[in-house]
Design a protein around this ligand. Structure first.
Ligand code: FAD
Length: 445
């Protein structure tokens, strides 16, 4: 059915609307191009218009108008997702949340914000009263909190608090529905999971309550090792050292450190590295652990020094892939979950099996109470067929792959159908207008 976009736009009085073609193109895309597979599938997708509401009342007006015209609506934060999460497969309206950037309140342990607040802005504010956000993606300086909850998974801080979907990491959300008469629904506690990491397919989040952690002065360190597995086991031991307060534990096999223009001059050639954020108050004990594993600290910044220049976390998590691709665009990545195992036997098996074709990058997280590595391995891409073989080999050996080369919700991080999310979508988006094409369970219902 043809939609009269001018008529639709004319009903959105007083709301900023963008129709300039270059701007629309830019605001229709994200970082899908990390994947050679998604590149060809998504590069031409484009919205018909972009809207930038400033408050919930305007979101309700947009939702009502889109339902009236049966127009697809896709929510966008900062557009830093990696799997085309906010790319409108069927065109339509892209709702950009970046003007909904109020921090409503902050109290010890909890904050309440609008979705377009940038993570860095929220964190700066909470630090003023001695608290910080529990975890953030390496896109901390650009990403929005709504986008992180809608499309992210974990990040810096996950060594203490696990992933975003872990119970308690999002306290409450308010969502606007896509019914004939859109409503606001508040979800709290476990009910948050109905929309948490759902790619905006079943509600427009207009407010979030985000729990906080006590803040520390975080020193930044790089420790090097001659042997990769010693480096990985050191990282595991650091994660398991309950008395050492830390926020980031990342491990890179050489040559990944050579991709980092900003710090490579500090790292001796050929060394495997751990990139870390450790509380300044824990540094003496930390150094004893480094000595035990015969590591060398080659880079060290106090929290004060770290506030200038490129922060260390911008080499970790998926920033690693960004740096790798800036050196060689044939490099891409995988996302994998290894089982909890202090000996890291499966990490070692994969490391030895693939050598330089799948270069080890591990992020350590707390999962079900245990320090566990997830892989964001850098892959030397040759063909889709070979990539699938690599994925199959991992899965056959018991490594879970959260495929970053698909825009389908269930085929990526979620792995299985979330029936609760599907049921919620049936209720709040009966016409299937929210981010169509992303939730497989909806298409196959
Ligand atoms: P967007 O990309 O704009 O949106 C993400 C998804 O959320 C979309 O499906 C969108 O529809 C939905 N959404 C946005 N706002 C709302 C809303 N208000 N209501 C409902 N749905 C909404 N991710 C991690 O988890 N950890 C990392 O460490 C990490 N590192 C990254 C590094 C790089 C270099 C890049 C490019 C990406 C990285 N990512 C990482 C992915 C991404 O940056 C994060 O997930 C980020 O938090 C997304 O925020 P955003 O504002 O850009 O969201």
């Amino acid at each position: 059915k043809q939609i009269n976009w001018n008529a639709l736009a004319s009903e959105l009085t007083n709301i900023e609307i963008i129709t300039e073609p270059n701007q629309v193109t830019k605001l229709s895309l994200d970082y899908y191009h990390f994947s050679p597979i998604l590149q060809s599938q998504l590069k031409d997708k484009k919205a018909n218009l972009i809207v930038r509401p400033t408050n919930e009342a305007e979101v309700l007006q947009i939702a009502k108008t889109c339902v009236k015209y049966q127009a697809p609506l896709t929510v966008r934060g900062a557009g830093t997702g990696n799997y085309g999460q906010c790319i409108p497969l069927e065109g339509g309206v892209v709702l950009d949340t970046t003007k909904m950037n109020n921090i409503n309140w902050i109290k010890p342990g909890l904050s309440c914000v609008e979705p377009g607040v940038k993570l860095i802005a929220l964190d700066k504010k909470t630090r003023e009263i001695g608290w910080e956000i529990r975890m953030f993606p390496s896109t901390y300086r650009t990403a929005t909190i709504g986008g992180f909850i809608g499309g992210g998974s974990s990040g810096i801080g996950s060594i203490n608090y696990g992933g975003l979907r872990d119970r308690g990491n999002v306290s409450a959300v308010r969502v606007v529905t896509m019914e004939d008469e859109p409503r606001v629904i508040e979800l709290r506690g476990d009910d948050v999971q109905k929309v948490n990491h759902a790619y905006g397919t079943n509600g427009i989040i207009t407010q979030l309550e985000i729990p906080l952690a006590p803040t520390y002065p975080w020193a930044e360190l790089i420790v090097t090792f001659d042997d990769f597995m010693t480096c990985a086991k050191f990282a595991q031991a650091l994660g398991d050292s309950d008395g050492i307060v830390k926020k980031l534990i990342t491990v890179f096999a050489w040559p990944i450190p050579s991709f980092f223009a900003g710090v490579k001059s500090s790292i001796p050639e050929g060394k495997h590295c751990a990139f870390l954020m450790v509380s300044e108050y824990s540094l003496a004990s930390f150094q004893d652990l480094v000595k035990e594993f015969k590591g060398e600290i080659c880079y060290k910044k106090t929290a004060q020094e770290a506030s200038k220049g490129t922060p260390i976390y911008e080499f970790t998590w998926n920033h690693t892939t960004l740096h790798a691709r800036s050196v060689d665009t044939n490099l891409t990545y995988l996302q994998s979950g290894f089982p909890s195992d202090r000996n890291l036997a499966l990490v070692e098996k994969m490391y030895r099996h693939f050598g330089d074709e799948v270069i080890m990058h591990l992020e350590f997280m707390r999962m079900d109470g245990q320090t566990t590595p997830v892989g964001l391995q850098i892959v030397r891409y040759t063909s889709e067929e070979r990539l699938n073989e690599i994925i199959e080999y991992h899965e056959k050996n018991g490594v879970n792959i959260f495929n970053p080369h698909t825009y389908i919700l269930e085929d990526g991080g979620m792995k299985t159908t979330d029936f609760e999310q599907l049921e919620f979508k049936k209720k709040v988006d009966p016409y299937g207008l929210l981010n169509p094409g992303k939730m497989k369970a909806w298409l196959e219902r």
